[in-house]
Design a protein around this ligand. Structure first.
Ligand code: ZN
Length: 91
């Protein structure tokens, strides 16, 4: 009779252990998924940022030269007044 109880106790403990292992695995899996989607989001933002910077142009109000937003000043006349032209986004 006492053997039965011992087996039951071992069974309950192994079940609990198994449950804990499953929960831990599930959490690590969910975490890695989250990390992965975060990485993808960061990459997407980097790509969007790069394209956006490529698309945005600055028009010099003095000589009407159009140049990239990365330029510190107008390559035509040297003025650093920025008149940002936003790209027309396709709908
Ligand atoms: Zn200029």
């Amino acid at each position: 009779m006492s053997e039965m109880i011992a087996v039951e106790i071992i069974g309950v403990f192994s079940l609990m252990f198994l449950g804990i292992v499953i929960v831990v695995l599930w959490f690590t899996h969910a975490n890695s998924k989250l990390e992965h989607s975060k990485e993808i989001k960061v990459k997407k933002m980097e790509i969007i940022d790069k394209h956006f910077n490529d698309m945005v142009r600055i028009e010099c109000p003095y000589c009407k030269t159009i140049y990239k937003i990365g330029e510190p000043s107008c390559p035509g006349c040297g003025a650093n007044t920025k008149n940002i032209l936003l790209p027309e986004l396709p709908e």
